[in-house]
Design a protein around this ligand. Structure first.
Ligand SMILES: C[S@@+](CC[C@H](N)C(=O)[O-])C[C@H]1O[C@@H](n2cnc3c(N)ncnc32)[C@H](O)[C@@H]1O
Length: 216
């Protein structure tokens, strides 16, 4: 899934992943990570997710990264933020307003280490083909500080039944990607009913939620 795939998806309106409400698993499980006011949260491949607003409203300093600039630009007026300041660097165009910063560019080129207390991955890891997941997971873990926690949501289904994205990423793979540097704790796994998306055609679809805690 290269950048052009996602740009086309946005332009052609293939954005069933975008939710008009806060994600229920975010509301249920993010508080169990014990965030406190002023801590930072990384939201890779954030789209124009409303979840950024919820995280900001918890008093967190929110940093999203998204490659499609129109989605980034749309996020702020759609959620009644003051006009963002926009700065251009080499690899990224950065939008900032009222506690939310979104860097527009390729997440794999985002620099830093030990920078974030939390990460929130909804529809991000599962958006990537297998060949890109290792580099993605390495980047998330590098950006998290030691002891930092990531809330990760994945889908599990028979990959022969449907072409991703979203892709099926099972627990074995989650542990391969994250187990060397993180403690991996399964928080929830249940059958999911989805309407208005290709996922709704699957005979069986499960969603799993993990807490990853970075050891080193
Ligand atoms: C399935 S959507 C999920 C968006 C968001 N997490 C949500 O829950 O609505 C995946 C997003 O990742 C973005 N994306 C894909 N590859 C990327 C990359 N390498 N760097 C930054 N964003 C990327 C796409 O443009 C798309 O908005």
């Amino acid at each position: 899934m290269d950048a052009q795939f996602w740009i086309n998806a946005w332009i052609e309106g293939r954005t069933a992943f975008h939710q008009s409400k806060y994600n229920e698993k975010l509301l249920a499980y993010f508080p169990t990570l014990s965030p406190t006011q002023g801590q930072s949260v990384l939201v890779p491949l954030c789209g124009k997710s409303k979840d950024l607003c919820w995280l900001r409203d918890q008093g967190l300093v929110v940093r999203g990264i998204e490659l499609y600039e129109e989605a980034v630009a749309a996020f702020f007026p759609e959620n009644a933020f003051p006009s963002p300041t926009i700065t251009r660097h080499q690899e990224f165009v950065t939008y900032e307003s009222d506690g939310v910063t979104i860097d527009c560019g390729d997440f794999l080129k985002f620099e830093g280490s030990d920078s974030f207390d939390f990460a929130y991955d909804r529809a991000a890891l599962v958006a990537l083909p297998e060949s890109m997941r290792k580099a993605y997971a390495e980047k998330v873990q590098t950006l998290l500080r030691r002891g930092g926690k990531c809330l990760l949501m994945t889908y599990e289904y028979d990959q022969l039944e449907l072409q991703g994205p979203p892709f099926s990423v099972d627990e074995v793979q989650v542990r391969q990607l994250y187990g060397q540097r993180c403690d991996v704790k399964l928080l929830d796994r249940r059958e999911l009913k989805v309407e208005g998306s290709r996922l709704g055609t699957l005979p069986s679809l499960r969603e799993a939620v993990y807490q990853l805690t970075k050891r080193h």
